[in-house]
Design a protein around this ligand. Structure first.
Ligand code: FA5
Length: 354
């Protein structure tokens, strides 16, 4: 008795397998041609080639076939499987290419367009003048020093021979932080700090920010000064005049007219103020020079013997001069600006002109 199915039965089975393979192939072709994204492709892969997919269930049935037919049917199934895999790859590549083309079209780049110019910062006019002043003094052999903006009463006033009852110490003029601590009102305390630490010869400038309770067309509560001083054996008022004249000629013009006037500062003796011929009206009188034809530009003088004593120098042994100038005042003259507050409003239309 034979256990093999009859030939008729086997032919029926082959037909059924063949039809099923055709059906699978047709529905795969339909599905894959409609796939529009990679998720569709993944879904189709799992529907036809997954572990529980349509082809897999057909392959499972192979075991029931006689060995001869099984080989043939298996080979047909394998070639279908290979074809489906290839089609899936082709579809994925097609979808990716389409996506890339769409994204390129939406991000069209015109490489011939002119670039955007980055905004370049530049030095503030006050910094420009400060640097120019420093350069001139460095050329004269001066070095730069710095001091704190929050200062002790002692350095700002006491050691500079500014007595307790002096009006500059009034709450109306000075910003106090505590009883003996304040925002420095000038750069002169740097003189004391440097002389306390070092011995002559000294040639120093000290640029920096200072604070006063002042506000109008020519005064702001915060402004900048440059202090300068020179101490050695045998320094005279002639040195003061020579250095400051040279400096102002370099800063403005070699033919700018200067005037040294007697003045009073408690930390110098004798004291002077230096005026320059008004650079706006050339001396004929205008709003800037208050019709005098002259503009005061700095305070100066020979360092007071009491200041030398307070830093431990012997006033018989050393002499020196000191000066202090307002940088905004100089910047106003150099650039022809008649309101000091413009420097601190940070209006770019103003600042871009320098
Ligand atoms: C002094 O501050 C002295 N320490 C200068 C000095 C140093 C004299 C060494 C002698 C020896 P005065 O208060 O005059 O001096 O100020 C100096 C300069 O600062 C003035 O000429 C002016 O240009 C400027 N200045 C004064 N107050 C203001 C302010 N509120 N805003 C802008 N600039 C000011």
């Amino acid at each position: 008795m034979s256990v093999s199915p009859s030939t008729d039965k086997m032919d029926d089975m082959d037909d059924a397998v063949g039809r099923e393979l055709e059906r699978i192939e047709r529905s795969f072709d339909e599905a894959i041609s409609a796939a529009s994204d990679l998720q569709d492709v993944a879904r189709i892969r799992s529907r036809f080639l997954g572990r529980k997919g349509e082809l897999a269930s057909l392959i499972k049935g192979l075991g029931k076939m006689p060995p001869q037919r099984r080989r043939e049917a298996g080979s047909l199934m394998n070639s279908l499987k290979t074809r489906l895999e290839e089609e899936l790859e082709v579809a994925s590549a097609r979808i990716e290419e389409k996506k890339r083309a769409e994204s390129l079209a939406s991000q069209r780049l015109d490489v011939t367009l002119p670039g955007r110019r980055p905004e370049l910062g530049r030095s503030h006019p006050v910094s420009q003048v400060m640097e120019e002043i420093e350069d001139i003094f460095h050329g004269l052999g001066f070095e730069t020093a710095e001091g704190p903006e929050v200062e002790h009463d002692y350095y700002n006033f006491e050691a500079l021979n500014i007595p307790k009852e002096h009006p500059a110490r009034d709450m109306q003029d000075t910003f106090y932080i505590a009883r003996d601590l304040l925002l420095r009102t000038h750069t002169s305390p740097v003189q004391i700090r440097i002389m306390e630490q070092r011995r002559p010869p000294l040639r120093v400038i000290a640029p920096g920010t200072v604070y006063r309770r002042d506000s109008d067309l020519t005064h702001t509560p915060m402004f900048h000064q440059v202090e300068g001083f020179m101490v050695d054996d045998g320094i005279t008022f002639g040195d003061l005049k020579g250095v400051l004249t040279l400096f102002l000629h370099r800063l403005f013009d070699a033919d700018v007219e200067l005037r040294f006037r007697p003045s009073y500062f408690p930390f110098v003796e004798p004291g002077a103020e230096v005026d320059i011929r008004c650079v706006i009206c050339r001396g004929s009188g205008c709003r800037t020079c208050k019709s005098t034809g002259w503009i005061e530009i700095l305070g100066a003088g020979m360092i007071h013997p009491r200041v030398f004593t307070s830093v431990g120098y012997d006033p018989e042994e050393y002499a020196g001069f000191a000066f202090g100038l307002g940088i905004e005042r100089i910047a106003m003259l150099k650039f022809g600006i008649d309101d000091i507050r413009l420097f601190f409003e940070n209006d770019l239309r103003f600042l871009k002109q320098f």
